[in-house]
Design a protein. Structure first.
Length: 241
């Protein structure tokens, strides 16, 4: 504002920050205490608002949704059925329901709502069970994998460009680096790294179920099969702060 005033600009165009509804599925998830193998802590409810804020979006309070198609369909309807114009959402994210397991109900819920499926799976690791659909009113829905690092990878590659468009921003220019680290034979590999002296260094073993490596990283490398000059995506600080 100070810069605008100093430049003598009395009128400027503004856009509202894109609003995102986050629906977290998973009856096995717990919200306090130490996790066990069968009862993991919900890591995405706490992680996504900060990560999305770092990408320029407002995702206030994630909603926990039970693992039935009826509950998910109802939650999607509720997220969209907001009368107050300033509270309407521009994008809906659903975690942990886009794969093909018995508790993965997003495909069915979207079909019941008459949504158009635009992307159904992406050839990347982690994060392949991600999807993009458009609901009849036009609102986009992204399905994010339940594994926390896989979900962050999907946010950085699928959700971030959608937010940039909703926000009227140009996509960030593509930044590349040299890379002689691991890559996959068939899928794009997403590797959390720290930039040290301009060179990307992997931040230890990264597993799709763990946020440890990506929380310590500054960038995510997008390494296609056979590539030695992958694209670097800068991770917003919101993931760790
Ligand atoms: N039949 C198939 N099954 C699976 C496939 C597949 O292609 N076919 N892909 C596997 C991969 S890879 C991933 S990733 C997962 C993603 O599936 P979902 O998105 O449906 O996620 P869930 O199965 O619900 O969860 C996976 C894992 O992550 C834990 N989880 C879920 N939500 C959270 C959260 N908010 N915080 C922390 N941890 C979470 C959940 O308990 C599971 O352990 O699908 C595979 N299966
Ligand atoms: O998308 Mo899954 O992460 O590849 O574990």
């Amino acid at each position: 504002m100070g810069l605008l005033a100093a430049a003598g600009l009395d009128r400027v165009g503004v856009r509202p920050v894109p609003r995102v509804a986050v629906l977290v599925t998973g009856d096995e998830l717990v919200d306090e205490g130490l996790p066990t193998a069968s009862r993991p802590r919900d890591a995405l409810g706490p992680a996504l608002p900060g990560l999305l804020a770092g990408l320029g979006a407002d995702a206030a309070h994630p909603t926990r949704v039970g693992d039935t198609v009826e509950e998910l369909t109802r939650a999607l309807r509720l997220a969209l059925d907001v009368r107050e114009p300033t509270a309407q959402v521009d994008l809906v994210l659903v975690t942990g329901a886009s794969s093909l397991g018995p508790a993965d109900h997003l495909h069915k819920a979207l079909a019941d709502l008459g949504a158009e499926l635009l992307v159904d799976g992406v050839a990347c690791r982690p994060g392949h069970p991600q999807l993009l659909a458009r609901l009849p009113g036009g609102t986009p829905v992204c399905g994010l994998p339940g594994h926390p690092f896989a979900a962050v990878a999907a946010v950085m590659t699928l959700v971030a460009p959608i937010l940039a468009v909703l926000d009227g921003r140009r996509p960030d220019p593509v930044t590349r680096c040299r890379w002689d680290g691991p890559r996959r034979e068939h899928d794009v590999m997403l590797v959390p790294v720290r930039l040290i002296g301009g060179t990307p260094q992997p931040v230890g073993p990264s597993h799709s179920a763990s946020l440890v490596a990506v929380a310590a990283a500054t960038h995510l490398l997008v390494v296609p099969p056979g590539s030695d000059d992958p694209q670097m995506l800068r991770l917003p600080t919101g993931l760790v702060h």
